[in-house]
Design a protein around this ligand. Structure first.
Ligand code: PRP
Length: 209
């Protein structure tokens, strides 16, 4: 049995649809229940719905053999896992954004609000910019509006949240997409099962034009 951690929410549903098309469906998962674990013995898979930012924890510690996590989470937490496949879904970018009239005075320490502390630190360390990190857990866009920070480092997908709050991207840090990851020991002991699912998933990836 292959234990698979799926990210709860919109991305997870897309990922599950890919798995279903790849031949790893589990019909009971579509029932509207509050269950978190679903199994299809015939296909040899057991799915868990977990918080997207927790997928890599389950996989790193072996509670799940494989899982699907955003590249943002992998960059932020650097879990000790194998990254096997870019699924080319859940695409967005990690960016620096600020109020439209923001002027970056290089002589001052830059106040940066973010959920992604490590990504932000690494980004500014590369240009030796002095920063003060303000760790928030959500609704990051409010920080520059209220003067809590000068800029934010956050995920931008459609750009709608920024636009509706009069903010704009001033720099893109890195493109993001969903990745299939594997526990290292599982990859060694369940190689065939994991490679089979990876190959089936690979043929379901929609390429960009
Ligand atoms: C993410 C991100 C932005 C928004 C970007 O928020 O932090 O707020 O999505 O999407 P857009 O460019 O399409 O508007 P999420 O929904 O994960 O909530 P939270 O960060 O506030 O918890």
């Amino acid at each position: 049995m292959l234990n698979i951690a799926l990210p709860k929410g919109r991305l997870g549903e897309k990922v599950y649809d890919m798995l279903e098309r790849a031949g790893y469906g589990c019909p009971s998962i579509k029932e509207n229940t509050r269950k978190l674990i679903f199994e299809n013995e015939e296909c040899g898979v057991r799915y868990f719905w977990v918080k997207p930012s927790d997928v890599s924890i389950y996989v790193e510690r072996g509670a799940a053999d494989i899982g699907i996590a955003g590249k943002d989470i992998l960059l932020e937490y650097s879990p000790d896992v194998y990254e096997l496949l870019d699924l080319n879904i859940g695409k967005c970018r990690m960016a620096v954004a600020a109020k439209r009239d923001f002027y970056d005075d290089q002589r001052k320490t830059l106040k940066v609000a973010t959920k992604f502390v490590n990504i932000a630190k690494a980004h500014y360390a590369a240009s030796s910019r002095d920063i003060d990190i303000i760790k928030l857990n959500g609704s990051i866009e409010i920080a520059p509006i209220l003067g809590l920070s000068d800029v934010i480092v956050d995920i931008v997908e459609t750009g709608k949240t920024l636009k509706e709050n009069d903010l704009e991207v001033i720099e893109t840090i890195v493109p993001i997409s969903a990745r299939l990851i594997s526990n290292k020991a599982s990859f060694k002991f369940k190689t065939d099962e994991i490679e089979r699912i990876v190959n089936s998933m690979r043929s379901e990836i929609t390429k960009d034009d």
